[in-house]
Design a protein around this ligand. Structure first.
Ligand SMILES: Cc1ncc(COP(=O)(O)O)c(C=O)c1O
Length: 313
């Protein structure tokens, strides 16, 4: 869906038409990938004409924690970032599910790839986004032959702009080979996550996901899934190192992330996961997740920021 031309963005410390929010081609972040970003979802509710922002403050907390690693020094506080986001949604009033993309980036035009002496800027825009991956059929995925970047190379627990070259290689090559997406292994051959989403397996009714020190993004959806599984299904999650062959022996598997939401996996490297269709636990967690993100589970309202639209929208 094309972005409406009337869309506003936050850029250079103020709200401006998206079409005019442009950077210099010598910008440090453009040259070296020196940025960190977040992806936040807004779910439009036609029945109440408002938008639910899902765990926006958690995304900004992660962004501010990531920022320290890369000498990104935002002039904005957590509250400022949340307020700017709410205001942008209020201004744009998108009447569809929306992806909200904040970026902190090195805005200087100096050539040296040094981060501590380069200014930091913040920008924010919105884009219509339905399903990033199919959430219904059981995805057909491969194990990527590209390895995940390492904590001591470009830390994958950050959403560092430059690190998404690694993701892009996995997505591009898996799709060229006819798969829906890819699973990334670490250099030691253990499992990290999907190309741009976290991964859960179910073996013998146990929920398993690679641990925080397995070169994963410490995903907010992953955290939400673990809470929903524990509180609503009585299922604890094992966070631990996962071997490649566990992928092939799993009863169920699914990806999760802000973009991916909860996307069951049907086949891995041409081997069926379970019977090759979405499994019962994945389906239950998916249903709970979709209720939670729309603000329909009272016990998880604290995850939701409701942005009401004006009557004229
Ligand atoms: C590499 C990677 N892993 C995992 C995730 C999932 O994280 P979250 O649930 O916080 O969106 C993302 C982003 O969506 C990602 O880019």
């Amino acid at each position: 869906m094309p972005t409406p031309t009337t869309d506003m963005a936050y850029f250079n410390g103020g709200f401006t038409p998206l079409a005019e929010a442009n950077i210099n081609i010598k910008t440090h972040a453009f040259l070296y990938g020196t940025s960190i970003f977040e992806g936040i979802r807004g779910y439009y509710r036609a029945e109440t004409n408002d938008m639910v922002l899902f765990r926006a403050n958690c995304h900004y907390k992660r962004m501010l924690a990531n920022a320290k690693i890369f000498y990104l020094q935002p002039a904005l506080s957590l509250d400022d970032l949340c307020a700017i986001t709410t205001e942008l949604i209020t201004r744009n009033q998108p009447q569809t599910d929306t992806y909200i993309r904040p970026t902190l980036y090195k805005t200087g035009v100096n050539i040296t790839p040094r981060m501590d002496t380069t200014d930091t800027a913040f920008c924010l825009w919105t884009h219509p986004l339905g399903n990033y991956l199919d959430t219904t059929k059981g995805l057909n995925v491969c194990v990527s032959n590209w390895r995940r970047v390492d904590d001591n190379a470009i830390p994958p627990r950050t959403k560092a702009g430059g690190a998404y070259m690694n993701t892009a290689l996995m997505v591009t090559d898996s799709r060229q080979m006819g798969f829906d997406d890819a699973i990334a292994l670490n250099h030691d051959g253990t499992v990290s996550e999907g190309s741009a989403m976290n991964l859960f397996l179910i073996r013998d009714n146990t929920l398993i996901t690679p641990g925080n020190t397995d070169n994963i993004l410490e995903g907010i959806t992953r955290d939400s899934i673990m809470a929903l599984a524990a509180n609503e299904l009585g299922l604890a999650t094992q966070q631990r190192t996962v071997d490649r062959t566990e992928l092939y022996m799993a009863d169920e598997a699914f990806f999760c992330g802000t973009g991916a939401q909860v996307a069951p996996i049907g086949h891995i490297d041409n081997r069926p996961v379970g019977d090759g269709t979405p499994g019962p636990i994945a389906k239950q967690l998916q249903a709970l997740y979709f209720k939670a993100v729309h603000g329909h589970l009272p016990q998880y309202q604290h995850w939701c920021t409701v942005v009401p639209y004006t009557a004229s929208s």
